[in-house]
Each structure stands twice: as structure tokens, then as C-alpha cells.
Design a protein around this ligand. Structure first.
Ligand code: C2O
Ligand code: CU
Ligand code: CU
Length: 541
């Protein structure tokens, strides 16, 4: 029998003690009402740390070359990637964990392509007929009459035509295949693919349905950044486990509505392992960090406060390297850092997030050759992207609603349910400013499909005034984005009590996409809206 763990809003934060509270970059915890009924959870601090080598995700091999469907021309690589139940060893001393994975691994196989080189992928759902995590059938799009196991794969950060983007309602069931065409007409970047099925996305991803997709380009290769064994993708994702090593997903006290607003695990997996080690040479490495957690925010750094340079974020290289010792990353955000292990030859250095250990680097003392200096200019300068280029501004609120009857919490975008008609209808090849007015107490990582954008600024405002009089009154000057957020983004933190403004060129394809909060519990409870890019020249009705 699975253990029943009960939780309510942020109860994990509170019960896990102050280490967690400091760890989560959030305002102080609101009154939490519920306690753990039992706590048979696996406590990672009782395990021997750094006994397993860090797994490196396998690279996917195409099944063959094929002309893209309905698109005559050059044959392109064609991949077939199954989704299956698999047993994953998260730690030497923990029994294997049942997970749902792409290609039997967590993370799934890494797909690599060059900018402008399309690939085709058949995502084959070979999962069992029943879910092993607690579905909430009261959530939009997760009704009890629907099949329990549904998947639809989305390439996060991909410039993908609408038919292949993985619209949340276009799910398939076990035995079916979703065929996608990824043109990859975009800059070099670390993207990732993951499940996006309506109402159960948080459970499918928690179960393991995530993997990397890397876009490269000759210009980036010409910079001679650390590459090959010196370039390491790291998917960092927290989980809760039972004593016998099985995934545990918390539920609310109401058996009819098990949804919980946030999940924070005490076990932080990196590439699917708990507290692994990695042997490195005393030289520079490029670490490609990705926050693959449902809801946890990290603040990465090294145990010895080693300095590093941030060289890229979500959508590729920054204009120039940014020196840092700490790097916050919200769910779905990515950042590449270059760290030089040369000063730490013959010692150990840990990748940490505040007080949490994540990964131990064992630095050797010989054999290292540097690639040359880190270039001072990284990305090509953008063609002028100023606010003046925007054809309009949209003011969009982030809202929390308390269902008085059910006593449960939900979140919305612009106070609008998923099923309401589309309201955001930018025209293709125009730019808009979206002002994200955060009326909640949480920081929400907001993601738009298809596009990349720049963060313009964040500015504190008077929430009380907004709630009572509907007026936007700023209380302090606007703050520019952090230096490490200065590149192109696809996910941006909208902090509480702030208006976060982003400048979005709508480029790529006309059609239906979505935008949403990437805290997966929020997304599954309607903090997600469709948006539609209209063909050029067409005006919204
Ligand atoms: Cu990471 Cu809508 O996706
Ligand atoms: Cu996306
Ligand atoms: Cu959110």
C-alpha cells in the first residue's frame, strides 16, 4: 500500500525546518494549517553521500533518415522515443524506483541538432493503463471519464509549428504515437522536452517524463567554450521518496480533491541521482544547469564559494560573461556557467544550493589543458530591440483564488479560466510588451511557448490599491533584470508585489499556443491560458 502523506499549502516548507525556508526564495510562510499525518519519507541525510557516479544522459540515435511528412525535400533525422515504465537506481543504497521515462532513463535521451536543421520525433506512449500518482479529477481537463494515462510532449523553448508544439488537450493514450516536426530555426540553446498533458502534467513530469534537447550552431562552437567531456548538462529536480525508494507525491486532506499547491522534495536529484560525484580535471568546465523541479527554486553556487561566469540563459548565449558566486534558477529556467577547477586541483568541490549539497566534483591534479580564455563577447549583438518596437502593451494579472466552499486554492492568469475564449492575440512578426502584475504572495516563473523575450524591468506596486481601486500605483523605481537574465529568455520570474515587464517579438508561426506558470501544480490548476498568434495583417475580432 502506498503511504498516505498529507500536505497543504507549503506545509513541506514549514515541516522541513528552516533550512528549507531559507532555501526557497520566497516571502515568509503563511499560516500553515496541516501537519504530516505520518512521515515515513526517505531522509537523504541518512544515506552515504557521493557514492554514485553522476549519470550523463545518453545521446539519442536517429532510427533513420526520412523526408518530413507532407514536406518534400531533404531527408532529415527521424527519432523514435518510447515512453515506458522503468526502474531507476537513484542511489546505491536505495531500492530501484519505479518511474515513467523516455527511453528507460531519467532524464531521457538527449537530442542534438544544429540551428536550422529539422528533426522528426515519434513520441511513442508505451506506458501502463493506470497512473501510479494521485490524479485530481476535479481539475480542468482531468475528468474521471478520461483515460488515466495521457501524454503529449512539448519541446520547451523550441520554435515549433503549432501542430507539433504539444497542445495540452491533444494528448494520446498508451499504444498511440505523437509525431512531431521540429524545424529548430533558432539560436543555439539548451532546451528540454517534457510531458504537457492537461490536468496531470505535474504527475507525469514528477514520474520522470523529461529530457534534454540541445541546439548548436557553428558560431557558438567557434568560441571554443569547454566542450565534449568538459560540457555537462545537469537536470536538477527534487522529489520525495518513501523509505523503500518509491516516488511519493503528496495529497491534500480531501480525498476527492488531492491536488496540492506546491511540492518540495527533500531529495535533490541531479541527472536522476541523489548526491552523486563526478571526476573532473583541474580546468574550466561548462555546466548547463536546468531546473527540472515541479516547484522548487534554487540558488546555485559552490561549497567553497568558487567564482564562476554565467555565459547563457534559457535561449542561449548572453551578450557577455557575467561573474557570479550565486545563481538563482526558477522551475524551467536554464543557465550555463563556466567554472574553473584549476585552483582546486586534488581537492573536492560541491555544487550546492544554499545549504543543500547537490553534486561533488572530485578535482584531479593533472592532465588538464585549458581551451583558451573565456571570450569577452558571446552573443552577436541583437538588432535594436527597444521598447519602441512594441505595437502594444497588455496588462495581465497573476491571481490566486480561494474557493470558499472547497477551501482550496487555485491560481489564474488574468482571472480567466483555461476554457474561456482566447484573449491574447498578437499578430505574427510584431512585438508586444506584456506587463505581468503579480497579485499573489508567490514568485511565478511565467513561460510563453514558441517565442523568446527580453525582461525589461520589475517594479514594485501597491497591491492594496490595485485590489481596492483597480489602479496601478508604483511604489519604487523600476529595476532592470539581473545581469544573468540579460539574454533571451523563455521563462521569467514574476516576483510578488511587482510588475514584471517583458518585451516579446512574436516570430515563427501563426497559430494556437499556450502561456503559463511553470510551477507545475499551478499550471495544472489553470494558471495556464491559450494564446493565438494571428497571421500578419489580420486584426483580432
Ligand atoms: Cu516547459 Cu508549457 O512548458
Ligand atoms: Cu514551452
Ligand atoms: Cu505559479
Amino acid at each position: 500500500m502506498p503511504h498516505r502523506f498529507h500536505s497543504s499549502r507549503r506545509v513541506f516548507l514549514r515541516n522541513a525546518g528552516c533550512a528549507f525556508a531559507a532555501f526557497q526564495l520566497k516571502p515568509p510562510v503563511k499560516a500553515s494549517v496541516q501537519r504530516f499525518q505520518q512521515s515515513p519519507a526517505l531522509d537523504p541525510s541518512t544515506l552515504a553521500p557521493f557514492v554514485d557516479p553522476l549519470p550523463l544522459p545518453k545521446s539519442a540515435q536517429p532510427a533513420g533518415m526520412r523526408a518530413p511528412l507532407g514536406k518534400p525535400g531533404e531527408p532529415i533525422p527521424h527519432y523514435r522515443i518510447p515512453m515506458r515504465e522503468a526502474l531507476i537506481k537513484i542511489h546505491r543504497d536505495v531500492p530501484p524506483t519505479r518511474m515513467w521515462c523516455f527511453g528507460d532513463r531519467f532524464p531521457g535521451p538527449t537530442i542534438e541538432t544544429q540551428s536550422g536543421r529539422p528533426v522528426m520525433i515519434d513520441w511513442e506512449n508505451g506506458l501502463p493503463a493506470h497512473h501510479f500518482l494521485p490524479i485530481d479529477h476535479t481539475l480542468e481537463g482531468a475528468g474521471a471519464s478520461l483515460p488515466e494515462v495521457r501524454t503529449v510532449v512539448h519541446l520547451h523553448g523550441g520554435r515549433t509549428p503549432p501542430a507539433s508544439d504539444g497542445y495540452p488537450e491533444k494528448w494520446i493514450v498508451p499504444g498511440q504515437t505523437q509525431s512531431c516536426f521540429y524545424p529548430s530555426g533558432q539560436r543555439a540553446a539548451l532546451l528540454f522536452y517534457h510531458d504537457h498533458a492537461m490536468g496531470i502534467n505535474r504527475l507525469n513530469i514528477y514520474a520522470g517524463l523529461q529530457g534534454f534537447f540541445i541546439v548548436r550552431e557553428p558560431r557558438e562552437s567557434a568560441l571554443h567554450l569547454p566542450a565534449g567531456p568538459y560540457e555537462i548538462p545537469l537536470m536538477i529536480a527534487d522529489r520525495l521518496f518513501t523509505q523503500d525508494g518509491q516516488l511519493f507525491y503528496p495529497v491534500s486532506p480531501d480525498p476527492g480533491r488531492p491536488w496540492v499547491p506546491e511540492v518540495f522534495g527533500n531529495a535533490i536529484l541531479v541527472n536522476g541521482k541523489l548526491l552523486p560525484y563526478h571526476e573532473v580535471e583541474p580546468r574550466r568546465y561548462r555546466l548547463r544547469l536546468m531546473n527540472g523541479s515541479n516547484g522548487r527554486f534554487y540558488r546555485f553556487g559552490f561549497s567553497n564559494r568558487a567564482p564562476f561566469h554565467v555565459i547563457a540563459n534559457d535561449q542561449g548565449l548572453l551578450p557577455a560573461p557575467v561573474a557570479a558566486r550565486r545563481l538563482p534558477l526558477a522551475p524551467a529556467e536554464r543557465a550555463d556557467i563556466v567554472v574553473d577547477f584549476a585552483p582546486f586541483a586534488a581537492s573536492n568541490v560541491r555544487l550546492v544550493s544554499d545549504s543543500f549539497d547537490i553534486l561533488q566534483f572530485r578535482v584531479g591534479n593533472q592532465g588538464a589543458r585549458q581551451d583558451g580564455d573565456l571570450p569577452s563577447v558571446l552573443a552577436e549583438p541583437d538588432q535594436e530591440m527597444s521598447e519602441a518596437a512594441a505595437v502594444r502593451s497588455r496588462r495581465l494579472t497573476l491571481d490566486e483564488r480561494l474557493d470558499k466552499v472547497q477551501q482550496s486554492m487555485g491560481m489564474l492568469l488574468n482571472n480567466t479560466h483555461w476554457s474561456a475564449p482566447v484573449t491574447e492575440t498578437p499578430a505574427l512578426n510584431t512585438a508586444e510588451i506584456w506587463e505581468l502584475v503579480n497579485l499573489t504572495d508567490d514568485s511565478h516563473p511565467i513561460h510563453l511557448h514558441l517565442v523568446r523575450f527580453k525582461i525589461l524591468d520589475r517594479r514594485p506596486f501597491d497591491t492594496f490599491e490595485w485590489m481596492n481601486r483597480g489602479a496601478l500605483r508604483y511604489t519604487a523605481p523600476a529595476q532592470p533584470p539581473e545581469a544573468f537574465e540579460s539574454g533571451w529568455k523563455d521563462t521569467a520570474r514574476a516576483d510578488p508585489g511587482m510588475v514584471t515587464r517583458i518585451l516579446v517579438p512574436f516570430e515563427g508561426y501563426a497559430g494556437r499556443y499556450v502561456w503559463h506558470c511553470h510551477i507545475l501544480e499551478h499550471e495544472d490548476n489553470e494558471m495556464m491560458r491559450p494564446y493565438e498568434i494571428l497571421p500578419p495583417g489580420k486584426t483580432p475580432a
